[in-house]
Design a protein around this ligand. Structure first.
Ligand code: ARG
Length: 267
């Protein structure tokens, strides 16, 4: 994670940021971030390491975008928008410090890390890597991820500008479960997901839950941490054996991110 010392909405690169320039309360954002951190560490027992925040890089708090990491290897992000490209060296240094072997994408291919590439545990020995293209990541990145990590990559096309990263509309949970929002994907991708993930382990969230970023959730064991959850979603998660923990992150939603975006799972 990365503390929100310099977080704010200083440019517009997704629809959530429109009309929000300068509209973040730094104090509230700091309190919400600390509550998320405390929930993950003190309540749920996760170990969290931190990347130092950087002035002039307000979105560096969204560490999900730093890289895709697996088995000691990291493929660092290559941000689509110049506004975020300055984050790249800081994330790279943090990954190197953490001992990851760095594998750089060929020049000119955009890729936004675990924002657009999520591992899902099916019944095969190696996990599947679901990877998106359409807004921030080029599909040319997908083959590189497959070769580098030695896993099958399932490519998905995102179509709704509000759900511009895969982790805003698709959330693999431990045990092969999945929360997702079908309208964020094209028809072919919806069919691919339905064919890969058994229906008993797949839950399409409502428009209401999608709009409060329920799919932007962090699974820790049988706990799921998210900005907000309707009772219907809590009950569905409970039927799978998960407890939902809501922790308000609306200051970060002004930039188009919430719980999952604020974390990178180190695998
Ligand atoms: N303002 C950031 C952007 O548009 C938000 C990133 C959210 N991160 C995520 N993994 N969805 O890039």
């Amino acid at each position: 994670m990365c503390a929100p010392t310099y977080f704010g909405v200083e440019y517009v690169i997704n629809p959530w940021m429109e009309g929000k320039l300068g509209g973040v309360s730094t104090g509230t954002a700091g309190a919400q971030w600390h509550d998320l951190h405390a929930l993950l560490t003190e309540t749920l027992g996760a170990t969290v390491t931190q990347v130092p925040p950087q002035p002039g890089l307000p979105d560096i708090v969204f560490t999900a975008n730093a890289a895709s990491v697996w088995g000691g290897k990291a493929v660092p992000a290559r941000f689509k928008h110049p506004e975020r490209q300055g984050e790249e060296p800081f994330y790279r240094a943090a990954l190197e410090n953490a001992g990851y072997e760095i594998h750089d994408l060929p020049e000119g291919i955009a890729f936004e890390g675990a924002g657009d590439a999520l591992f899902w545990e099916g019944d095969t020995e190696a996990p599947l890597l679901f990877a998106a293209h359409g807004w921030r990541t080029d599909d040319a990145a997908h083959g590189f991820l497959s070769t580098t990590f030695g896993v099958e990559v399932v490519s998905l096309a995102l179509t709704d500008p509000r759900f511009y990263h895969l982790d805003t509309c698709f959330c693999p949970l431990p045990g092969g479960f999945l929360l997702w929002y079908p309208p964020a994907f094209d028809a072919a991708s919806q069919e691919i997901i339905a064919a890969r993930v058994p229906s008993a382990k797949r839950l399409a969230v409502s428009d209401t839950d999608a709009a409060t970023f329920a799919c932007n959730a962090v699974g820790v064991g049988n706990h799921v941490v998210m900005n907000a959850a309707t009772n219907a979603l809590r009950e569905s998660l409970a039927s799978w054996g998960f407890s939902a923990h809501a922790t308000p992150l609306d200051e970060f939603m002004k930039a188009g991110g919430s719980a999952k975006c604020l974390t990178l799972r180190l695998l």
